[in-house]
Design a protein around this ligand. Structure first.
Ligand SMILES: NC(=O)c1ccc[n+]([C@@H]2O[C@H](COP(=O)([O-])OP(=O)(O)OC[C@H]3O[C@@H](n4cnc5c(N)ncnc54)[C@H](OP(=O)(O)O)[C@@H]3O)[C@@H](O)[C@H]2O)c1
Length: 119
């Protein structure tokens, strides 16, 4: 999803469904995150990487996420993505590292900002 599409949806109160909110698999998120920001935020938050990824997704205004899960264990883990909030500095680190406001497949142009401070 393009950033301006999300802005338009948000401005008009349109709910957005995050298609493939886990990028079709955690390995795809990890490969878009060579600095391991998601893992570090997960460790600091005492949550799993998937829970952080989904929580970050649904923390955005008017965004819902429907992850696919094949096992009860994954469904239960994914349910743990709601009911809590990321620390603002952790949300900022994720935004710097990933594209757009929703969990994405591509890396953001860092625009001079560095995710290094998230170590
Ligand atoms: N929004 C729409 O318009 C729309 C349209 C069509 C379909 N869908 C549905 O949206 C869902 C999106 O699925 P997707 O496959 O595209 O992408 P996804 O939800 O981003 O990723 C699914 C992958 O994540 C894995 N996963 C799920 N929970 C996990 C966990 N807790 N730990 C580790 N891995 C986990 C799944 O593994 P396991 O399978 O092993 O659990 C699967 O490999 C599908 O159900 C799809 O049918 C949505």
């Amino acid at each position: 999803m393009k950033e301006d599409s999300y802005s338009i949806a948000r401005k008009n109160g349109i709910t957005v469904i995050a298609y493939s909110p886990l990028a079709t698999g955690l390995e795809n998120i990890r490969s878009a995150d060579p600095e391991g920001i998601l893992r570090r935020v997960a460790e600091a938050s005492c949550k799993s990487e998937v829970q952080v990824a989904l929580n970050w997704c649904i923390s955005k205004e008017n965004v819902i996420a429907i992850p696919k899960a094949s096992t009860a264990a994954h469904v239960i883990e994914n349910m743990g993505a709601s009911g809590w909030k990321l620390q603002p500095e952790h949300a900022r680190c994720l935004k710097i590292e990933f594209d757009v406001a929703v969990v994405g497949l591509s890396r953001a142009p860092h625009g001079g900002q560095s995710a290094g401070a998230c170590k």
